[in-house]
Design a protein around this ligand. Structure first.
Ligand SMILES: Cc1cc2nc3c(=O)[nH]c(=O)nc-3n(C[C@H](O)[C@H](O)[C@H](O)COP(=O)(O)OP(=O)(O)OC[C@H]3O[C@@H](n4cnc5c(N)ncnc54)[C@H](O)[C@@H]3O)c2cc1C
Length: 207
């Protein structure tokens, strides 16, 4: 019997501590984490695993620079801390990536202000990546001759983390980890309704 059918049969006959609905990155990680800690877990997705939002990510871990624009400093701090941990835990999957951005008169910020933001991102990120740089047009011309610097007033270079693997494969690695820890996982299984078993119906709820 194929693995999927075996797991569907288990879902029909066994009872589980947790049913995880959706095998995107959050469901897959939750299933792997719970199963790894000894919970009995069933994981379902109505399509392929990682077929929905988790296949459309730009793969940045976590692209927190953009949140500085709204001064969401606690969020940026959390994202950077998480990025640094993940870069250490998964060195083969998550690497540092550099961004080289040019700015001109139509840009929302002058280069010095963007560089200040990049420096703040680096500091909040506890220096977990390469030091950012403020770039003069002459430096950009020298380092990246393909860039047309006629209108350019300067630029910045800063770094973040990126998931270098295929995102669906990354998600599936957690699905596989969940299965290896004893979870039952099946795709093309949709949750269409849910209810409380009569013995556990909470007081005051209606069904
Ligand atoms: C263009 C774009 C770029 C992004 N870039 C980044 C980035 O660079 N860095 C970053 O950190 N984040 C990024 N994100 C956000 C990130 O991709 C999402 O936060 C993440 O993928 C959400 O994962 P998820 O598991 O919560 O949801 P999903 O991947 O959407 O998974 C939910 C799953 O649940 C299943 N499901 C739903 N209902 C049911 C049901 N009733 N029964 C069974 N299955 C069901 C769906 O089929 C789906 O597979 C980006 C998002 C987009 C759209």
């Amino acid at each position: 019997m194929a693995l999927r059918e075996t797991h569907i049969a288990r879902m029909r006959t066994e009872s589980f501590d947790t049913l995880v609905i959706g095998g995107g990155i959050n469901g897959a990680v939750a299933a792997a984490s719970l199963a790894g800690r000894g919970a009995t877990v069933a994981l379902i997705d109505r399509g392929d695993f990682a077929h929905f939002t988790s296949q459309a990510s730009s793969n940045l871990v976590w692209g927190g620079f953009k949140y500085l624009e709204n001064y969401e400093l606690p969020l940026v701090w959390k994202l950077c801390r998480s990025r640094n941990r993940l870069m250490k835990a998964y060195p083969d999957n998550i690497k540092e990536i550099g961004f080289y951005a040019t700015l001109d008169k139509s840009s929302p910020y002058p280069p010095w202000f963007a560089a200040l933001g990049a420096a703040a991102y680096w500091i909040i990120g506890q220096f977990g990546t390469q030091r950012p740089r403020l770039l003069k047009p002459r430096t950009i011309e020298r380092e990246e001759p393909a860039v047309n610097t006629t209108e350019v007033s300067g630029g910045i270079e800063y770094s973040d983390g990126i998931l270098i693997d295929n995102d669906a494969r990354f998600v599936f690695s957690f699905v596989r980890e969940a299965i290896e820890s004893g979870a039952a996982a099946a795709n093309y299984v949709e949750l269409v309704s849910a209810g409380w078993p009569s013995s556990t119906t909470p007081a005051g709820s209606s069904m």
